[in-house]
Design a protein around this ligand. Structure first.
Ligand code: NAP
Length: 333
């Protein structure tokens, strides 16, 4: 089958379009004919080699974290899916490879595709939808009436997180540039900070939760927005020792992450707030809950551009600009 392959780790190296062996599903796997694949900044970072220590993929390997497609094979232990099911998934770390005609995925990572949307929209959801869910529901326990600041509201994570936070009954502030103010308001943001003209840390206070996906300056300023006991959850780093433990990383890497996050953790402690790094994980059960929200109209997809499979490298370059509004998807079938 055809796929886009990382032959070696190198910054901005185009992926190779080539032939690879057909995936063979294991006993717990579904074999999916990929109709569309979603793109994420993580794809570029992995290709560049920036995640080698945490996710040690050995080239050559197929890139891609978000899948929508049709089940065309099932392993002996698979009971929840059958041939012909339309599904979507974020395959677990170590088993990625969405930029391909077919992929075998552990059934635990898969959910039925929301019936109300097409394949390209469905492929835009898994990684960022799960990130928003794991940050706001699992980690923050966000409740009705609480206040949350979501940075980069017009991005893949931001567009999902704003809507999920509103669904949970929170008051939502977000940062974005002038051009995207209307978009984030339409998604439900109550307070919009145009970061080109306004400073969020001067305007917001008493927040329960901040979801950070930006740089260390934003992270530091975000501490001032929180009330005592509030939670600063960062998905863009620095990684902390709890994350290193959860990932089963070596003692040496745990120490590196202790050092990397020392300042953030110290500043947070000083202000009486909690700092944690979140690295999202595959979860088919959560994707089922997200599908219910989509079908109920509580969560809508925001797809900026759909590229043909033949332009996967161009699509990755577009994501790399950091200017996408919502998600970028490639159409494979
Ligand atoms: N740890 C995890 O599990 C995890 C999961 C998902 C993502 N991430 C990371 O989180 C980051 C965001 O991911 P994503 O998928 O949302 O990225 P993305 O979709 O590529 O983000 C692009 C958006 O970011 C906005 N943006 C850029 N600079 C901004 C700023 N200074 N203030 C406010 N908005 C800004 C842009 O809006 P404007 O054009 O208006 O500036 C654009 O709409 C990435 O670093 C990604 O790797 C981590």
């Amino acid at each position: 089958m055809k796929a886009y392959i990382v032959d070696r780790y190198r910054k901005n190296e185009p992926l190779r379009y080539g032939d690879v062996p057909e995936p063979v599903p294991g006993q717990d796997d579904v074999l999916v004919e990929v109709h569309a694949a979603g793109l994420n900044p993580l794809d570029n970072k992995i290709r560049d080699g920036a995640f080698k220590a945490i996710l040690p993929y050995r080239p050559p390997f197929i890139l891609g974290h978000d899948v929508a497609g049709i089940v065309i094979g099932v392993g002996a232990n698979v009971r929840r899916f059958k041939l012909g099911d339309a599904v979507y998934a974020r395959p677990r770390d170590g088993r990625i490879g969405a930029f391909a005609e077919r992929i075998a995925i552990d059934q635990a990572d898969v959910a039925l595709k929301p019936g109300t949307i097409g394949m390209e929209e469905a492929a835009s959801i898994p990684l960022t939808g799960l990130t928003a869910w794991q940050a706001l529901v699992e980690r923050a326990g966000l409740e009705q009436g609480q206040k949350v600041l979501i940075h980069a509201g017009s991005g893949g994570v931001g567009t999902a997180a704003i809507q999920l936070a509103k669904h949970l009954g929170a008051t939502v502030a977000t940062t974005t540039s002038t051009a995207n103010v209307d978009l984030v308001k339409r998604l439900g943001a109550d307070i919009v900070i145009d970061y080109r003209n306004q400073e969020f840390d001067k305007l917001l206070s008493g927040y329960d939760v901040v979801l950070n996906s930006l740089d260390s300056t934003t992270l530091r300023k975000s501490l001032d927005v929180l009330k005592p006991g509030g939670k600063l959850i960062s998905i863009s780093g620095p990684p902390d020792p709890d994350f290193a433990r959860e990932q089963g990383l070596s003692w040496a890497l745990r120490q590196v992450m202790r050092l990397l996050s020392m300042k953030a953790r110290r500043l947070a402690r000083k202000q009486g707030v909690d700092y944690s790094f979140l690295f999202m994980h595959a979860d088919g059960a959560q994707l089922t809950k997200i599908a219910e929200l989509i079908e109920a109209g509580s969560l809508r997809t925001v797809v900026d551009r759909v590229f043909p499979f033949a332009e996967t490298n161009e699509a990755l370059a577009y994501v790399e600009t950091g200017r996408a509004k919502g998600k970028v998807v490639i159409k494979i079938k």
